[in-house]
Design a protein around this ligand. Structure first.
Ligand SMILES: [Zn+2]
Length: 251
């Protein structure tokens, strides 16, 4: 896709974007609490999200094309935008499964948050983050497993290519392989489009209050909320939300 096309697609809907450099665009936008927590009104949302998600999608398509042309790698999306209700279903299902298997609510929550987010806190709510694998002939059924991205694994070629090239398109791993990092396990498939997600991140940590989320969990019937205390949530914010790839903090 040429440059003119990219600009045209990026300004659809009339939201002003300012050109910062050849590589990136800046959004001058304030996100609402609903947008930050995956609960934007669906009608408004479609219109807005097309714009918000458009830039990462365009850059993803460029990256996909480059991977194919340069290395014969066919990148595929396992997940992109996910709303609050979808995350609630994932969360509540896992909570039921773990507690029915004999775990206490505290243990169940602890187990879920090694790999899944508490609803309202997922970066997938922003439309800026994607889970990637590659098309291969003998594709494993469960794709998002660490071993597939390691040497000898089904998706290792894509992983290696992305390590070299993803940043050129604005994409970075979020949950890196760093034993000092707390929070979520290493996710070699989860990439974020930094030019946009850094804006979401800054506003998220500024605007989304733990008390607000706890009231929301009550109203929404989030299972395990009795052990999601303010103190537990503060630790979750420090370890799971903020303790991410340091490259995402630098401009
Ligand atoms: Zn992900």
């Amino acid at each position: 896709m040429n440059r003119r096309c990219f600009i045209k697609d990026s300004v659809l809907g009339g939201i002003a974007l300012s050109v910062l450099s050849k590589q990136s665009f800046a959004f001058t936008k304030e996100f609402s609490i609903n947008e930050l927590t995956g609960r934007a009104d669906t009608n408004l949302f479609d219109k807005e999200r097309q714009i918000l998600f458009n830039e990462p999608l365009i850059k993803f398509k460029e990256m996909k094309k480059a991977a194919k042309n340069e290395a014969h790698i066919k990148l595929r999306l396992a997940s992109r935008y996910r709303n609050f209700q979808r995350q609630k279903t994932i969360w509540n299902n896992k909570f039921r499964k773990f507690t029915q298997a004999g775990k206490t609510p505290r243990e169940a929550v602890q187990e879920i948050i090694t790999v899944s987010t508490i609803p309202g806190t997922s970066r997938h709510h922003w439309g800026t983050d994607i889970d990637l694998y590659q098309k291969v002939s003998n594709s494993p059924k469960l794709k998002l497993e660490k071993e597939h991205f390691q040497a000898g694994g089904a998706f290792y070629n894509a992983f290696r290519w992305l390590q070299e090239n993803a940043h050129k398109f604005g994409f970075f791993l979020v949950y890196t392989d760093d034993e000092k990092r707390k929070g979520f396990d290493y996710e070699p498939w989860h990439y974020t489009y930094k030019p946009l997600s850094s804006l979401f991140f800054t506003q998220y940590v500024e605007k989304v209050q733990i008390d607000y989320l706890l009231r929301l969990y009550q109203a929404e019937g989030i299972l395990g909320r009795e052990v999601l205390t303010k103190k537990r949530m503060e630790r979750y914010f420090a370890e799971h939300i903020r303790d991410i790839n340091p490259k995402l903090y630098n401009q």
